[in-house]
Write a protein that binds this ligand. Structure first.
Ligand code: ZN
Ligand code: ZN
Length: 154
């Protein structure tokens, strides 16, 4: 990730029916090794870009809810190809967790933190400089945002 982050950034699901646009730089990037992400991403971990909701737009298609419903996070999928595109954590209103791999240009995407390493598959490496066995606590959040800003500007 570079500090001259190119904006706006466009992205889409696997089939292209659902497209999105990001107009604000991310506040955090992450890889999550939790079992839920392993299953929903059909992979070793999920990739996340946390962006303010007012810097994120669905530009075509109507996302549908999927994944584990009724939990603290709403997961949004393409209605046609059922790709997991973004999530909204209810405990963090005003933010969207976009799956970074949806972006058209992923050349500068990298996770700053990795979470739930206690569930990490043995081979899985993300290169993230900060690791958490579970999720960072509420008190970690401010310092982490600051550290992310410095990391992006490095
Ligand atoms: Zn699709
Ligand atoms: Zn997860």
């Amino acid at each position: 990730m570079a500090k001259d982050w190119k904006l706006p950034r466009k992205g889409s699901c696997r089939c292209g029916a659902l497209s999105i646009e990001v107009t604000v730089a991310p506040m955090m990037t992450a890889a999550c090794h939790c079992r839920g992400c392993q299953k929903m991403a059909s992979s070793a971990y999920s990739l996340t870009m946390m962006v303010p909701e007012d810097g994120f737009a669905v530009t075509s298609g109507e996302p549908v809810l999927g994944g584990l419903k009724g939990e603290e996070v709403q997961h949004f999928f393409c209605p046609s190809c059922l790709t997991w595109v973004f999530s909204k954590p209810k405990r963090l209103p005003g933010f969207v967790n976009l799956r970074s791999s949806m972006l058209d240009d992923t050349s500068d995407i990298a996770p700053f933190i990795e979470t739930c390493t206690e569930d990490k598959l043995a081979f899985a490496e993300t290169g993230a400089p900060r690791s958490f066995e579970k999720f960072p606590g509420p008190d970690d959040f401010g310092p982490l945002l600051q550290a992310f800003g410095e990391w992006v500007a490095r």
